[in-house]
Design a protein around this ligand. Structure first.
Ligand code: AN0
Ligand code: CP
Length: 315
């Protein structure tokens, strides 16, 4: 049984990208693979792209799909063991998960970092309970520390647009009003470090990501210096890891503007979306011909379908 919680589980990234290109060119070639198989997509958090693209991917593979929004219409779930359940939570995850497992052949889970406990978030407590108690293959649709389907789509988008074998890819922090998880940047760093691209991370002081995800990457606190000669600019906000979950800065001088893009090698702009305009990126940049945010989002169908196909082949 094959789970998918990290881009590293794809093994050889070049082969995985070739598999993705095949799926993109032949979206209905594996329609028989998913026949009479049911995917259950469980959302603890909001989603537009993941919700739609993963459903589309499953449908392309001939699967049936069920979607559960845990916080809208399902019973409120207790996640801690040993709690006297006399509050507003009617059901425990320890019953809910095997029940869900009994209805599905494959389970996707979206469960963001909650910023209550760094240890619980970084131990992926919710996702791992699905793996332990559902009895079914589980794939991440963004968990506390990683968003591998996003990373896979990001890598495919870079692969499709790169003009040199070893492009310079800069992931830059950018300001945002709320505390956002580190899952997307952690996962992007993990994925980029599987390639031989020139990878640089730029973030303000206090925003260094967990070393387990960035070991081997160049990290700078000077955004302008990082952007120099970049072929791809990947913008993302995240809350502090060191001062866990805190917003230490809303420094608008980190917003990706036309002036910032002028420092690059006519770079392409990437963002996983949803994005706050004129916080993360200016209207001009996201609307420019160099912006790849729409093809990047479209590639989420391809990444999900490639991963679901692998899981189905291993059932
Ligand atoms: C989420 C995040 O930053 O992790 C999801 C991104 C795909 N973004 C927001 O909550 C705005
Ligand atoms: N990029 C992404 O995962 O978007 P959603 O949060 O809308 O699913």
């Amino acid at each position: 049984m094959r789970h998918f919680t990290s881009i590293k589980q794809l093994g050889n990234i070049k082969e995985a990208l070739e598999a993705a290109k095949y799926v993109k060119a032949n979206p209905f070639a594996d329609k028989a693979l998913g026949q009479d198989k049911t995917a259950l997509l469980v959302f603890f958090n909001n989603s537009l792209r993941t919700r739609l693209s993963t459903q589309k991917a499953a449908l392309n593979l001939g699967m049936n799909v069920m979607v559960l929004d845990v916080n809208q219409g399902a019973w409120k779930l207790e996640t801690e063991r040993g709690v006297v359940m006399d509050g507003d939570k009617s059901e425990h995850l320890l019953e809910a998960i095997p029940v869900m497992g009994s209805y599905a052949d494959v389970i996707g889970v979206r469960s963001f970092a909650q910023f209550k406990s760094k240890e619980d978030d970084y131990n992926e407590v919710i996702l791992n309970q699905f793996i332990k108690y559902s009895g079914k293959p589980v794939f991440s649709m963004e968990a506390a520390t990683r968003h591998p389907l996003q990373t896979f789509a990001d890598l495919l988008t870079i692969e499709e647009h790169k003009k040199t074998a070893r492009p310079k890819v800069v992931m830059t922090w950018a300001p945002h009003p709320k505390a956002l998880p580190q899952a997307v940047p952690n996962s992007f760093a993990e994925g980029l470090l599987m390639t031989d691209y020139d990878f640089v991370i730029a973030n303000p002081e206090g925003y260094d990501l967990a070393p387990e995800f960035t070991k081997g990457a160049r990290i700078t606190h000077n955004q302008d210096e990082a952007l120099e000669g970049a072929d791809f600019v990947y913008a993302k906000n995240w809350a502090s890891y060191e001062h866990y979950g805190q917003v230490l800065s809303k420094d608008m001088s980190w917003t990706v503007t036309t002036e910032k893009m002028a420092l690059t090698n006519n770079a392409f702009f990437l963002h996983c979306l949803p994005v706050r305009r004129n916080m993360i990126v200016s209207d001009d940049v996201i609307e420019s011909p160099q912006s790849l945010v729409i093809p990047e989002a479209a590639n989420r169908v391809v990444s999900a379908q490639t991963v679901l196909k692998m899981i189905l082949q291993d059932l």
